[in-house]
Design a binder for this molecule. Structure first.
Ligand code: MN
Length: 491
């Protein structure tokens, strides 16, 4: 079948309105229109697939309601993340700001979310990028203003270009503005400008936003306690991370390069549907393990090396974070085994201290005590255990804390203390890592009054890290599928 496409092309590409004469061309036009419609439908399906990687839509509503109860007559403003340049005109893969995502589930850049519980008509307002078929062909699907309003449950939605014009109506009657400075300098200035405008109108109106309060203080305590749906997401992220670690251990052997192990890990991440690494994978053999954030991963592994792998995937917006250390040739040397036993004992005792009601720092202090006792037994530290801990003389061997919150961010939102002298109390729904280690760098300088480290210990770096969910009666180790007992690591 031969079809004259010229009138069609002229019409669509060059906007020439020639009369269309033949019926076949009309059929073709209808076909093109349907293809365009189909493409839109496909994009919607993609959107729905992405939802499977997140919590149900109703949960975002509950989160906003909970936050709005806290802000009363205030207005809270959240800015989306921006695209970051990788090089020249290539951008990094977009990842939404965690606070923004937590409240909206919306994952496009150039957006602003506003919560104005005191506003008569609109309590939740979205500013988003408008539909732009031409741009979308290049940079990907945009939901657009109208669909964003419906799909994301906003009371009003506007194109982001109308922000300056439309935002003030939601701030005008607020007694306080809630906003986190520092993510976008231009937008920071916009917010300050609106605040000044509000204050300038006080003499005439009799009301104004008297302060700007940081949103971290009202939102992050919510993010710290995970919902059932979030826990499910964390189970996926940690299960894939665990699977990758198990594959890495099977694969690793003397002669392989660290990056080859990294490739095995990240292959599993992607192959199992995770987005990719939650943070740059650390694959550190030999003395590289003494560098906490070693990510070069370019060394060839040798006989008798230990391999420390700290890697986890981002699954949807939730993250796994696991560390294991094992002998690449399947057998610990006596010195490696001695240090490993101490770190493992410290980790197991620290894990036992993770339960509701315990102050956050308890598992760290437990780990430090076990590590120090072990190092004293080996003669690597000398003196009274309490004094060594108090004066932090163990720090050349163990310089970091034993864990952190885990969730939408790898180092998740929320404080560890409420006041200078008061630690957070663990409660069901908290998710945290437990990750003690001992690092005997080749050039380790002992603390004052402590002995020099004999050569045979130098270059050993060991860390063991699991992800724990605090439950009603204790904890659940989400990453228990990765073995860590010596018998399971030797072959
Ligand atoms: Mn960690």
């Amino acid at each position: 079948m031969k079809v004259n496409l010229t009138p069609l092309l002229n019409r669509f590409l060059f906007k020439k309105k020639e009369p269309i004469k033949d019926t076949i061309t009309i059929v073709k036009i209808l076909l093109v229109i349907n293809i365009v419609k189909l493409r839109d439908k496909k994009a919607c399906i993609k959107e729905k697939d992405r939802d499977k990687m997140s919590v149900p839509r109703t949960e975002y509503l509950q989160r906003r309601q909970k936050l709005m109860e806290k802000i009363g007559n205030g207005t809270a403003i959240f800015r989306s993340a921006s695209l970051a340049t990788m090089h020249n005109d290539v951008e990094h893969i977009f990842r939404q700001d965690s606070d923004f995502f937590y409240l909206t589930g919306f994952n496009e850049p150039e957006a602003v979310a506003v919560l104005a519980p005191h506003h008569q008509e609109h309590r939740f307002i979205l500013f988003v990028q408008p539909k732009d078929p031409q741009k979308e062909t290049w940079t990907g699907y945009r939901i657009g203003v109208e669909a964003a309003k419906i799909e994301y449950g906003a009371d009003a939605a506007y194109p982001i270009a109308e922000l300056e014009e439309k935002l003030f109506q939601y701030l005008a009657k607020a007694d306080r503005i809630y906003y986190h400075f520092g993510r976008d300098r231009d937008f920071d200035r916009t917010i300050i400008g609106f605040w000044q405008k509000s204050i300038a109108m006080y003499p005439k109106n009799g009301y104004a936003a008297t302060a700007i309060e940081d949103t971290n203080f009202i939102l992050h305590p919510h993010r710290q306690v995970k919902s059932a749906a979030e826990i499910e997401m964390m189970r996926k992220a940690t299960a894939i991370s665990a699977q990758a670690h198990n594959r890495a251990r099977e694969y690793a052997q003397p002669g392989h390069y660290e990056y080859q192990v990294q490739a095995e890990i990240e292959h599993i991440f992607r192959q199992q549907g995770a987005i990719g690494p939650a943070y740059p994978s650390i694959v550190a053999s030999g003395a590289n393990a003494c560098i906490l954030h070693y990510i070069e991963n370019d060394r060839q592994m040798e006989e008798n090396d230990l391999l420390l792998i700290d890697a986890g995937c981002a699954c949807g917006y939730y993250n796994g974070d696991i560390t294991r250390t094992f002998p690449v040739s399947g057998k610990f040397t006596p010195e490696q085994k001695a240090i490993y036993e101490i770190v493992l004992a410290a980790q197991l005792e620290a894990i036992a201290a993770v339960k509701p009601g315990n102050p956050y720092n308890q598992f760290h202090e437990t780990a430090v005590r076990v590590l120090v006792a072990g190092l004293i037994d080996l003669g690597l530290l000398v003196g009274d255990i309490d004094e060594i801990i108090k004066e932090e003389k163990y720090k050349p061997f163990y310089m970091h804390k034993t864990g952190h919150w885990l969730g939408l961010d790898v180092h998740d939102a929320g404080g560890y203390k409420n006041r200078p002298d008061s630690w957070q109390i663990l409660q069901p729904g908290h998710i945290l890592t437990v990750e003690p280690g001992i690092y005997i760098a080749p050039d380790l300088k002992p603390a004052e009054g402590q002995p020099e480290v004999p050569q045979k210990w130098r270059g050993i770096g060991i860390r063991i890290e699991d992800d724990l969910l605090v439950t009603q009666d204790g904890h659940e180790i989400l990453t228990a599928a990765v073995p860590k007992a010596i018998a399971d690591l030797e072959h």
